[in-house]
Design a protein around this ligand. Structure first.
Ligand code: AMP
Ligand code: GLY
Length: 417
């Protein structure tokens, strides 16, 4: 099977790494990729938002399957353009990707499907904003309706700040605050059959102790020793299958990866958000534990044959990933700094720990930072404590001037609290 993966983050590096280990994969291409992905896939230049260009590249490469990683190309209809060129694509249509592209649309689908989520108002005027803020009270949850790379959400006790964010957005969703731990559960679907992956937890805030601003994600772990044994089954029955069924009923079936961001509240599971693609950094830990070769499952989703697919097989091991971010991330990050120590991790920590690249590029003989989240250091172990130790041992070998990372990824879960 010849594959083309679209994207350039640590998620795409994790996907490419798994695909490169799959014996069914005979050729692996990625566009645009990054310096780490170049070690496992052949890189190509393409504007990932240009469906025609992606389809042309896939045709030229004679690809059997195109995997579209990030949300922006999906919302721009890149998977549709690939399918129109006669090539199977893993990723939802432009219409179905609105589940992530518009928070208001997601709320409407959830209401129709009876999926539990926070009560909310969609507001377009300052008056509507006032009514909504007043209705729910503090802490305020204010979400830009459109795509904002994980940074469009403000959760604050400060009314002025909530009001300012709401009035800076064209259309805004204001909702009830959900208390309780967060879980990310991914499912692979062909629009009808839904195959859940293993749950993971993401760390969204920049600083230890969940302080500081929201980011795209600073680390993740899986499994969740504290979660109820029937969590996956419950989310399948109350969230994932009803949502997939509702989108099919509307004539806009969702195929690809459905990501449910959940809050486990005292009143039960609630959806915080849907995404239409693999999450980053959760994918790094989920794929680290997946034993079933990946390409066949993605192809099954693209071709509508998941009903015939055997159950996924999972490793008993735990996995932890720690994101190394550049100076000043998530505000305007500094780029172009050299990264050292990658060879030391490869020599001393592999195969249990390895580095997945996000914002990196090659500059002469060196690898330099090229984005906010730079590396995602991933490790496995018999339990979370061991995986954590290995991940942080590898993090400590990496030198990137001005960089920062959280030191408490999976710490509470590893300590059993
Ligand atoms: P989102 O982009 O919707 O995932 O929101 C980013 C983060 O904001 C989430 O991971 C939560 O930590 C937080 N958040 C979003 N919605 C709520 C809510 N209704 N109640 C509490 N926290 C929320
Ligand atoms: N981990 C958060 C996201 O991928 O949106």
């Amino acid at each position: 099977m010849k594959l083309l993966v679209i994207g350039s983050g640590a998620r795409e590096h994790a996907l490419c790494r798994s695909l490169s280990l799959d014996p069914a994969v005979t050729a692996l291409h990625c566009a645009p990729g990054n310096a780490g992905i170049a070690e496992v896939a052949e890189l190509h230049r393409v504007d990932a938002l240009d469906g025609k260009a992606v389809a042309a590249l896939a045709t030229e490469l004679d690809a059997d399957l195109v995997v579209v990683g990030p949300e922006a190309p999906l919302v721009a209809g890149v998977a549709d353009a690939v399918r129109e060129a006669g090539i199977p694509a893993f990723g939802p249509s432009k219409e179905a990707a609105q589940l992530e592209g518009s928070k208001a649309f997601a709320k409407e689908v959830m209401a129709a499907a009876g999926v539990p989520t926070a009560r909310s108002y969609v507001c377009t005027t300052p008056d509507e904003v006032e009514v909504a803020l007043d209705a729910f009270g503090a802490p305020y949850v204010v979400k830009d309706d459109g795509l904002a790379a994980g940074k469009g959400v403000v959760v604050t006790a400060d009314l002025e700040q909530a009001r300012a964010h709401a009035n800076a957005c064209d259309r805004v969703v204001i909702e009830e605050f959900l208390d309780g731990p967060e879980v990310s559960l991914f499912a692979i679907t062909d629009g009808e059959t839904v195959v859940p992956l293993q749950p993971a937890q993401d760390f969204k805030r920049a600083l230890d102790g969940d302080e500081g601003p929201n980011t795209g994600g600073m680390g993740a772990y899986s499994p969740l020793p504290w979660a109820e044994a029937d969590l996956v089954e419950e989310v399948m029955n109350t969230v994932l299958q009803p949502t997939v069924d509702e989108l099919r009923r509307r004539g806009t079936p969702f195929s690809g990866l459905l990501y449910a961001g959940l809050a486990i509240t005292s009143r039960g599971v609630r959806v915080i958000e849907f995404n239409a693609r693999f999450g980053d950094p959760e994918t790094q830990v989920v794929l680290a534990r997946l034993k079933t070769p990946l390409a066949g499952v993605l192809m099954g989703a693209a071709q509508g044959t998941l009903a015939d697919f055997p159950d996924l097989r999972w490793s008993e091991d735990a996995a932890v990933t720690v994101v190394i971010a550049s100076h000043n991330y998530p505000a305007t990050p500094r780029t172009g700094d050299p990264i050292e120590g990658l060879d030391e991790v490869a020599a001393q920590d592999a195969p249990h720990a390895y580095v997945l690249h996000a914002g990196t590029r090659r500059e002469g003989g060196a690898i330099v930072s090229a984005g906010g989240r730079v590396l995602s250091v991933t490790a496995s172990g018999t339990d979370l404590a061991r995986a954590r130790e290995r991940a942080y041992a590898a993090v400590d070998r990496i030198r990137l001037d001005g960089s920062h990372h959280r030191t408490d990824i999976a710490a509470k879960a590893a300590a059993g609290s």
